[in-house]
Design a protein around this ligand. Structure first.
Ligand code: MLT
Length: 412
């Protein structure tokens, strides 16, 4: 009989969002009247239609594929040149950051990129994650066999957890011990916190001193409103030597269903071989793309390119302000609740500390039963999230306003 990957058996329960869906279904099956009133502020999924600029570009691309002269089959696995160029030029070089077109790798999502990057990193690395943490970073390391088992609280043996608390502004400082890989996420999912320039400088210095790699998830970069907050890790001198950046079109361009994202992997980044020699990672990532991926569809990449046109940029700005106005409404509703509220200023997530003594899942059930609103339990993001909950601002304005009214009326 074939053997399975037994590391999968170490995973705790279900992945967070399917587990929420399961619980919501149980509730709505039992309470059909409440189902009609349900407002989903759980998963951070966009609600607003695709920008016109994107739709026009995609229609045009479909038409090109319908004509022999302009038809295209396989594209470059790493991404079409026009999109790699638009990304490198607009997101980096125009901001004074030195990134070459071929250091951009276009993919179908940041979740996949954060997982796939482990393919080119070896075993035996000491790995640090923030706690609370986007569950994908942890679960993919479990699947790859980089951890031991988990305890009751879901803490995996072998990982270094960096607690994110009110005291450190939910953005951890560097650890006292040496680690090889560090996952950082700013603007942060789930806490909505952002890393200051000073904090990122500490991390880049730490990475240089310890020959560590920073895996920098900036999927929510478009939501940064504070001019002093870095939008890219490459704003920090030295980051080109130690940081891989993950970005996505999901949350700025409304691409959660369309699927398009990218990684930036500078050629300067090196790792050690088993025999101890330093070697560049870029050719390995390039090789991985060629072997395991056939690229994002041409139509999608034309759509993503259109986000950089002047019309596309305006529409992205409108989408971001729509969700950030929702965040303001929800944040204000919670501010009157007597609970302590974080986030929602440079990120579309509001992070709330629940009443003393309540677990995150108890709060989830209360908000679902009494307000008919789906939130995300903080403990689903790690043990340091216990007692907290996350409210997503991705919604229609009408839903955000109604959710705000219901949340404000809840008795804690
Ligand atoms: C979330 O709600 O945390 C996000 O939607 C997850 C994701 O983007 O994969």
């Amino acid at each position: 009989m074939a053997h399975l990957n037994s590391h999968y058996l170490k995973l705790k329960a279900g992945y967070l969002f399917p587990e929420i869906t399961r619980r919501v279904k149980t509730f709505t099956d039992a309470n059909p009247d409440a189902a009609a009133r349900l407002i989903r502020c759980g998963i951070g999924d966009v609600t607003e239609p695709l920008p016109v600029a994107v739709r026009e570009a995609m229609h045009k691309a479909v038409d090109e594929l319908g004509v022999r002269e302009t038809f295209r089959g396989y594209g470059p696995e790493q991404g079409q040149e026009f999109l790699r160029h638009a990304i490198a030029e607009n997101d980096y070089r125009k901001r004074g950051l030195e990134i070459a077109d071929d250091e951009i790798f276009v993919s179908d999502g940041s979740k996949c990129d954060c997982a796939n990057i482990l393919d080119i990193l070896g075993v035996g690395n000491r790995i640090a994650v923030m706690d609370p943490v986007y569950p994908v970073y942890v679960d993919t390391n479990v699947m790859a066999g980089h951890t031991g088992g988990a305890n009751e609280a879901g803490v995996y043996e072998g990982l270094v957890y960096l607690p994110c608390t009110e005291a450190n502004g939910f953005m951890p400082g560097v650890p006292d011990e040496k680690v090889d890989l560090v996952y950082l996420c700013s603007p942060n999912n789930p806490t909505g916190a952002v890393a200051t320039r000073q904090r990122l400088e500490e991390w880049v210095r730490y990475a240089a001193d310890n020959e560590a790699i920073l895996l920098y998830d900036a999927a929510y970069e478009a939501y940064i409103t504070d001019a002093d907050v870095p939008r890219s890790i490459y704003e920090i001198p030295g980051a080109r030597d130690c940081a891989i950046e993950f970005r996505s079109f999901s949350k700025n361009g409304g691409f959660t269903g369309v699927r398009c994202a990218f990684t930036v992997l500078p050629k300067a980044i090196q790792c050690r071989t088993e025999s101890g020699e330093k070697t560049a990672l870029h050719p390995l990532w390039n090789r991985r793309f060629s072997t395991k991926f056939n690229g994002v569809s041409y139509v999608t990449q034309r759509g993503a390119e259109a986000l950089y046109s002047s019309e596309g940029r305006k529409e992205v700005a409108d989408l971001v302000s729509h969700y950030m106005e929702n965040a303001r409404i929800l944040r204000e509703a919670m501010n009157g609740s007597g609970l302590t509220v974080f986030g929602g200023v440079n990120a579309p997530y509001i992070w709330v500390q629940g009443p003393k003594g309540s677990t995150s899942w108890e709060i989830f059930d209360k908000v679902l039963n009494e307000a008919h609103i789906v939130i995300t339990p903080g403990s689903g993001f790690g043990s340091a999230g216990e007692g907290y909950f996350r409210i997503s601002a991705f919604n229609s304005r009408a839903n955000a306003e109604e959710a705000g009214r219901r949340l404000a009326a809840l008795k804690w």
